[in-house]
Design a protein around this ligand. Structure first.
Ligand SMILES: Cc1ncc(COP(=O)(O)O)c(C=O)c1O
Length: 464
């Protein structure tokens, strides 16, 4: 046995690092809800301790973990807490963190059933749960990927495969050169990851037929050009700024008649379909062909967890297919046929655990609460002179601005420096705005009130 091998067996026998990590993890979780949301200047400066050359010799394991915790922990952003409103960053349901921890020790890669029977089983089960929860066509398949960026890519890859196949063109064999033209229609508010997927797939951003949006950022149905069977129409469930939903009921039915492939980017908004009071927002989504959604946003799975759902299983698995003489295909699910990667981590472990833990009622309640907190935030902030809410609060997003771009910019900077909550900015119809995304199970009424006070303080500071 080599020295390093011996050392590693010894780490397991002594249990020291595992107990150490468990203790650090609890301490972190217990502190995160009351802690400043953004790291202090000191914590950021201290990150310089990581600027070192790769050591010549092995380091003591407890020292490695200790350094990570001492300097890493304070330099994390408190996305798990109740006052992180940046981007659309979900928290993590506690059972998901625990299950992920267990899954880390299992270290499974659900590429093939034979490589991870448990991973494969959970993927099959959750696929059915999701299809049911989102009321999608019965034969819809799911691929478990890192996020909606990849899920959008997979949805559009399946669309590209099917449209070209109908034109007697096998994209996998012939490539794009001289292929029949695919039209892409989407709104001027499409998320940039959709455009990225269009670029990666060689469909060409220049070819996009852009459609105007209304004041909430929803595609205007009457402005959508004539659709046909060679078109991919990309719609949105949840605008990244306003949270608005395109009108699937009208648009998807029309698209279906034209045999157009509709892909819905529902990174955080697709979950509205799982909430009784909010499912009016997603009415008609079952008439689309593919849907992209994240677990790590609204469902609050730990990072990373995205899902591609596709009604045309053959198109999806053909678009993502690979083979090799050493691949062992089974009669059960082999996850790699539903994702671009062969090896990937078994994120299904946390996803399954959280869905099982919450159940339909828990999912409904958790997401509706986010919606109520967003409405609370909008109500409270509008009572303060100098703040304006720019969108209808249909889901979890609130857009706020001040009297001028300059003041908005200053106030945002002050909020960030106060560190009592954290959010970012954006541009909304040519005005600078602040984006408040309520996407954490942990956000309470008092978190909202505390955040609103921080906004007020930030406005006062900007006047000095
Ligand atoms: C509408 C929309 N689409 C796609 C994405 C990208 O998702 P991910 O970061 O999981 O890749 C986001 C992220 O916020 C989003 O809001």
């Amino acid at each position: 046995m080599s020295e390093i091998q011996n050392k590693m067996f010894q780490e397991i026998r002594s249990k020291e690092i595992f107990n150490q990590v468990q203790q650090y993890s609890y301490e972190y979780l217990n502190s995160i809800f009351n802690r400043n949301v953004y790291p202090s200047e000191e914590a950021l400066d201290n990150l310089s301790v990581f600027n070192e050359e790769l050591p010549e010799n092995s380091t003591k394991a407890t020292k490695v973990i200790e350094q990570l915790n001492t300097y890493g922990n304070p330099a994390t952003t408190a996305t798990l807490g109740g006052r992180y409103f940046g981007f659309v960053a979900g928290s993590a349901v506690p059972v998901g963190l625990a299950a992920k921890n267990l899954g880390t020790y299992w270290d499974q890669a659900p590429a093939m059933n034979v490589l991870s029977p448990i991973g494969s089983k959970l993927e099959s089960v959750v696929e059915k749960w999701l299809v049911n929860l989102f009321n999608l066509p019965k034969k819809t398949s799911a691929g478990f990927v890192s996020g909606t960026s990849t899920a959008n890519l997979c949805g559009l890859a399946a669309a590209r495969y099917r449209i070209l196949e109908r034109n007697n063109w096998n994209i996998n064999e012939k490539g794009l050169r001289n292929s029949p033209k695919i039209r892409i229609v989407t709104s001027k508010q499409a998320h940039s990851t959709v455009l990225k997927a269009v670029g990666i797939l060689g469909l060409g951003k220049e070819n996009i037929e852009w459609v105007d949006v209304d004041k909430q950022g929803r595609i205007i149905p009457e402005e959508i050009p004539e659709l046909d069977a060679n078109t991919i129409l990309v719609l949105q469930a949840g605008n990244v700024n306003s949270g608005a939903f395109d009108n699937f009921e009208i648009i998807c039915e029309k698209a279906k008649k034209a045999n157009t492939w509709v892909h819905i980017d529902g990174a955080f908004g697709l979950w509205a379909e799982a909430v009784n009071e909010l499912k009016y927002l997603t009415k008609g989504l079952e008439n689309a062909s593919s849907w992209a959604v994240d677990g790590h946003k609204t469902l609050n799975t730990p990072y990373d967890c995205g899902i591609i759902l596709c009604a045309d299983q053959e198109a999806m698995t053909s678009a993502l297919h690979m083979s090799g003489s050493y691949i062992v295909e089974s009669s059960e699910r082999d996850g790699m046929f539903y994702t671009p990667e062969m090896s990937r981590r078994a994120r299904i472990i946390e996803l399954w655990s959280i869905m099982k833990y919450l159940g339909k009622k828990g999912i409904d309640e958790m997401i509706l609460t986010m919606n109520q907190r967003a409405k609370q935030f909008a109500n409270e902030i509008e009572k303060i002179t100098g703040f304006y809410v720019e969108n209808e609060i249909v889901f979890n997003q609130v857009i706020v601005r001040c009297d001028s771009d300059k003041i908005t910019e200053n106030v945002l900077l002050n909020i960030q420096q106060l560190r009592e909550c954290w959010l970012g900015g954006s541009i909304w119809f040519e005005k600078k705005v602040m984006r408040v995304s309520i996407c954490s199970w942990a956000t309470t009424e008092s978190d909202i009130t505390k955040a609103v006070k921080s906004f007020e303080k930030a406005l006062e500071i900007s006047k000095k």
